[in-house]
Ligand binder design. Structure first.
Ligand code: SF4
Length: 141
């Protein structure tokens, strides 16, 4: 799946859940809490493939899934830049994490960074519209 496809599909899933919660009258705080890993794995099993495996993307006791994708992530399926002749398809705006080579391209590796999964970060960067928070992620060429 391309970054673009993941981004659009995830945005739709996210929006559907938020709209459902708003219709039920949940507050911003309650919606953020709803997106805690344990609750999401129970209530929204299709939101993340890891839920079905009983796994977390990061080894954190309190992991919030609201900003999965991360506002600091930048991608372009056609390439942001090149490195040693390989396309760089993604990177981190704040230079966290590392890079990984996969499928003949260079990708951002966020596996050791927990920035967007902390509740405080989610609260600080919150919007009911996930795409608004992620508006800088997609770089068009
Ligand atoms: S390394 Fe961390 S801050 Fe950077 S894009 Fe990945 S999750 Fe976000």
């Amino acid at each position: 799946m391309s970054y673009e496809e993941w981004f659009e599909q995830h945005a739709q899933k996210h929006q559907k859940i938020v709209e459902k919660l708003l219709a039920k009258g949940l507050t911003q705080e309650q919606i953020i809490d709803y997106f805690e890993y344990e609750n999401m794995a129970k209530e929204e099993i299709d939101f993340c493939p890891l839920y079905k495996m009983g796994k977390k993307c990061h080894d954190m006791e309190k992991l919030n899934c609201y900003l999965c994708g991360c506002p600091n992530f930048r991608f372009n399926d056609n390439g942001l830049d090149t490195y040693n002749g390989m396309k760089i398809l993604s990177r981190c705006e704040i230079h966290n994490g590392s890079t990984i080579g996969h499928g003949g391209a260079v990708h951002q590796d966020c596996s050791k960074c927990t920035v967007p999964h902390h509740k405080a970060y989610v609260s600080k960067n919150f919007d009911f519209d996930w795409k608004k928070v992620m508006k800088k992620c997609k770089i068009t060429s």
